[in-house]
Each structure stands twice: as C-alpha cells, then as structure tokens.
Design a protein around this ligand. Structure first.
Ligand code: MFK
Length: 212
C-alpha cells in the first residue's frame, strides 16, 4: 500500500505517473553470465562472415535456444533484465555494458566500454548508441535526485571526438536546475585522460498521474 503524503496525495501514484510500481526482479547467480554470452553472440553476429553451412548450423542452434527459452517469456518488469545494477548494463542487452559507480542526489557516474556490436563507421562507436547511453543515464539521474519519474522531453548531444570501441570510459550526469515539472540535466562522456568525447543536455519532464 502506498501512503498519503503531506499534500493529501498518494506518494506511489504521484511518484510514478502512469507507471506501475515495479518490484525489483533479482537475478539468479548465473544471469550475468547469460547476458555475457548473448553480448558475445551480438558481437559475432555483426563481425563474422562464415560459410553457408556454418550459418545454417548457427541458425539451427539459435532456433533450438529460442525454443528452450520461449516458454519462460514474461511481461515488462518481470524479467531480471534491466533491473540488476550489479550486472553491466543492469542486465539489459539493449544497454551497453556499463556499471554504476556513483548514484546520489548530486548525480550519477557510470564506467564501461562499447563493443564491436556498437560499431558505427571506421572504428568509431555508432552515433545512435551515445544518446542511448545519455538517455538511460538521465533516467537514473532523475531517480537518484529523488524526483518523481520523468520522461525525456529533449536530448541534445554534441559529438566532440571519436568515441572508441573497447576503451574504458566514464559518463557522469546531474540535474542542473528545476522549474516545476522540468528538470534540466547535463552529462559528459570522457576517456580516462579526462578528454570529453561527447556531452549532452536534456529536459526531463515529470509525469503527471496516469501519464504513460
Ligand atoms: C522503472 C524505471 C523506468 C524508468 C523510465 C524513465 C524514462 C527514461 C527516459 C526515457 O527514455 S523516456 C522515452 C523518451 N521520451 C518520451 O517518449 C517522451 C514522449 N513525450 C511525452 O510523453 C510528453 O511530451 C511528456 C509526458 C514528456 C510531456 O507532456 P505533457 O503534455 O505532460 O507536458 P507539456 O507538453 O505540457 O510540457 C510540460 C512543460 O515542458 C515543456 N516542454 C515539453 N516538451 C519540451 C521540449 N521538447 N522542449 C522544451 N520544452 C518542452 C513545455 O513547454 C511545458 O513547459 P511549461 O510548464 O513551462 O509551460
């Protein structure tokens, strides 16, 4: 049960817009390895040129794997994928394999790398992957700041340097200012020398009750 707040409203309802209140789904001890295996397959799927008979074998084995897992499909919020901060990318294959190292009201910092799967052109990370990293970070920045759930109104990215694959990198973001429902956020993606590879500004808009 959620509690009434000082304004006579319902905290869980006001905090979550139209989102359900998800119960975290704890990953089993081998779920991190499960995700790693699929990340390897993602890399291989975009970086191999195998003979047709090998491709046929891969299809057969992948279909068998799909058949094994299909009976265990669950709805949104019921899988450990995306909800486990101990696993890079929180266990979500959509997200690059980054790990949270700071999560508080001042901001959120993550460390990680991009892989072959994230390749754009000529050795650089795909330009669409970097907004994904920032967008997800801003969602966590809002959560860490203690503000109600918000959606991205806009996300602006400046690509300052080529972002390399595989190198360890750091991204850090925070809420700069708040105006009613609007939280203006910023973040930078840096290499370990501190060079800014990309930076971003976003408007995160607090959801009203019932907004999806
Ligand atoms: C369990 C954990 C789950 C975590 C989820 C976190 C989400 C992570 C972040 C995301 O990726 S969200 C996905 C990408 N974003 C979207 O799909 C959002 C789609 N847009 C919407 O749903 C609506 O636009 C939104 C609910 C965000 C706002 O609609 P409203 O009708 O409630 O607000 P409105 O349009 O009245 O705007 C509110 C204020 O923001 C301002 N605004 C809105 N969009 C703007 C914009 N693009 N640029 C500048 N200002 C903007 C608008 O002018 C106004 O300013 P004022 O209050 O000062 O008048």
């Amino acid at each position: 049960m959620s509690e009434q707040n000082s304004r006579g409203g319902d905290d869980a309802y006001e905090h979550h817009g139209g989102f359900p209140v998800y119960e975290p789904v704890k990953a089993g001890p081998n779920f991190g390895r499960f995700v790693d295996v699929f990340r390897r397959l993602q890399d291989l799927a975009v970086s191999t040129h195998a003979p047709d008979d090998v491709v046929d074998q891969a299809i057969a084995q992948a279909e068998a794997l799909g058949d094994l897992l299909e009976p265990y499909k669950v709805g949104e919020g019921k899988s450990p994928a995306g909800f486990n901060v101990d696993i890079p990318g929180r266990g979500s294959l959509l997200l690059p394999p980054w790990t949270i190292e700071k999560f508080d009201a001042d901001g959120v910092r993550e460390r990680g790398h991009f892989r072959r799967y994230h390749l754009g052109g000529n050795g650089a990370v795909h330009g669409g992957t970097i907004p994904l990293l920032f967008d997800d970070l801003f969602g966590m920045v809002i959560h860490a700041s203690g503000r109600p759930i918000a959606r991205t109104g806009y996300l602006h990215v400046n690509y300052r340097k080529i972002t390399p694959l595989w190198d360890e990198l750091v991204v850090e973001g925070r809420v700069d200012s708040v105006d009613g429902r609007k939280a203006f956020c910023s973040a930078e993606l840096r290499d370990l020398d501190g060079t800014v590879l990309a930076d971003s500004e976003a408007l995160m808009i607090e959801l009203l009750p019932g907004q999806p």
